[in-house]
Write a new protein. Sequence first.
Length: 404
Amino acid sequence: MNIKEARSQFPALDQLVHGQPLVYLDSGASSLKPQSVIDALSQHYAKETANVHRGIHFLSAQGTMKYEASRKAAQEFIKAPHEHEVIFTGGTTDGINLVANSWSDIFLNKGDEILVTTMEHHSNIVPWQIAAEKKGARVVEVPITDAGEIDQAAYEKLLSSGKVKMVAMTHISNTLGTINPISQFSKMAHDVGSHFLVDAAQSVAHMALDVNELGVDFLVFGAHKMFGPTGVGILWGKEELLNQMPPYRSGGAMIKEVTIEKTTYNELPEKFEAGTPHIAGVNCLKAAIDFIQSIGYEAIHKHEEEILKYATSELKKIKGLRIIGEAKDKASVISFVIEGTHPHDIGMILDEQGVAVRTGHHCTQPLMRRYNVPATVRASFSLYNNLEDVDRLISALKKAKELL
Ligand SMILES: *Cc1c(COP(=O)(O)O)cnc(C)c1O
């Protein structure tokens, strides 16, 4: 499928908002869904409903096969060495919470340090704070430069404390669009004996993920920013670490044998999948992966880079507009503020013209503080956007400027 055909797969784009054709520039918050994913969801509930890993009847066996086929697809998608290293979660936040809880239980001790960067999403900060507090450990900030890149010298210095046990870093900043050089940073962390978790929530829709190349210990993402359903995501972790980690949630499916006195736990991946999982979501995740692969990351990247370049240069022509985040290596996410206006007011006027953007702190309050702004307007582009969408954004912004 080429990129033009891909756009036609999204029924959400075929509607008017406030009387205008929708321009959806909020894929960083959640992406639209292609018809194939919508069909997979409806097919599941119409014809395939049954629980997995339990029944011997036809639908249950078929459901289990599909569920595990999704795991296999996910394994291949991120080039994971083993299928059982892929754990289905409720999403990015859930995956980070699992690791922060379970990993810290055995790997984190009093006086240890966890590094997070200024550009992390709150869900890659708060779970580590809670884990650190329980253990008497400390969360330490890795600063960024004005351009929105991680300060490498500072990172190196922080790693040399000899106390760092975990580095938790986003692959792509959801606010700045910065693409972090993860393989380089994970190697630096490993050189001082630290583990490394990468938050791939933003990258999975834009670039191929290869856990070997990234050289990380844990990788998390959710399905809903990669054209899939809400409420489901993936945690990949190295087998040797996952095997040492205790269960995060307990109940059905994660057990081997239960007596009232004592329980023995199941093997990976079931050890981390207590209760009935989001079966419909997991099955649709495969449809989302298939959709991405039918277009290919190369075509996606080429297309989005063109949009990013064009949008950046057009936005810069608007007087008083300041782009926040000008890293050399950037994904198609642009945050900006306009002198003398509040992002929220701009967002409302854009909405009236059918242009959907996100305004606010984007769950990155430390980053807002770093740039001394309360909020930004964020336009995040996906494979279904085009240059006309950029033109609509620019003309809507000009109107907003007139009105404000
Ligand atoms: C969206 C996002 C998250 C949180 O994802 P949820 O879907 O809310 O769990 C975490 N990190 C980044 C970088 C994100 O963009």
